[in-house]
Design a protein around this ligand. Structure first.
Ligand SMILES: [Ca+2]
Ligand SMILES: [Ca+2]
Ligand SMILES: [Ca+2]
Length: 212
């Protein structure tokens, strides 16, 4: 764009052209405001959106398609690759679905095609069977915005390491004759169906159990 433009004698307008600079940054759509001013005239402005002509895409893989809940770290290794490879580092935002965990971000170094990172599967005490969990990688562009273009997803199966278990707690481990103490029994399985738990006392003459 010229620094100034002259409205010639006898003309009410002058035409000039705008040429956005073609950079190689992933910088998204940018709004540019152009101002026109001359002494003794009110300044006017108009805006125009400059579209980015640069793009990139990711490929995401995991070394193992199946991991076990609570496996020692790393349960498996993820690799995120980019195309094209540039002379600038690229930040990648990672979004793991439960029970997977990963770093929040990884950096593909300048001039490198990929970065690797640890993937873990958190342990719990519940019987939850085999679960399929996704992991998504998104580009953080050169102005720091997480973008969906070029994102990649991988699915990982998480095997359960729990079997059906009951556990037990008592409000007190001491109780006076004739008094009552409450106890709670827990299950680590899906509560969708009722479960009958048999209760017994090692000394029926000493203590009896009944439903609260
Ligand atoms: Ca650009
Ligand atoms: Ca477990
Ligand atoms: Ca489990």
């Amino acid at each position: 764009m010229p620094a100034s433009v002259t409205l010639a004698l006898g003309e009410r307008n002058a035409v000039f052209s705008l040429n956005p600079i073609d950079n190689d940054l992933l910088d998204g759509t940018r709004r540019v405001v152009i101002q026109a001013s001359a002494s003794n005239y009110a300044t006017v402005s108009a805006s125009i959106d400059v579209l980015d002509n640069d793009s990139a895409s990711l490929v995401l893989t995991a070394a193992d398609a199946v991991v076990t809940e609570g496996a020692p770290s790393p349960a498996t290794i993820g690799t995120v690759s980019r195309s094209p490879v540039t002379s600038r580092a690229m930040q990648v935002s990672l979004t793991p679905a439960s029970p997977l965990s990963t770093p929040f971000r990884v950096t593909i170094p300048a001039g490198e095609a990929f970065a690797t990172f640890n993937i873990n599967a958190s342990d719990d005490g519940f019987v939850n069977g085999t679960r399929t969990a996704s992991l998504t990688a998104r580009i953080v562009n050169d102005v720091g915005t997480i973008i969906d273009e070029g994102a990649a997803t991988v699915s990982i199966q998480v095997l359960d390491n729990d079997g059906p278990t009951l556990s037990f707690s008592m409000a007190s481990d001491v109780v006076a004759e004739g008094a009552t103490v409450s106890a709670t029994v827990y299950r680590n399985t899906d509560p969708a169906a009722a479960l009958v738990v048999s209760l017994s006392s090692s000394a029926p003459g000493q203590a009896t159990v009944r439903q609260a």
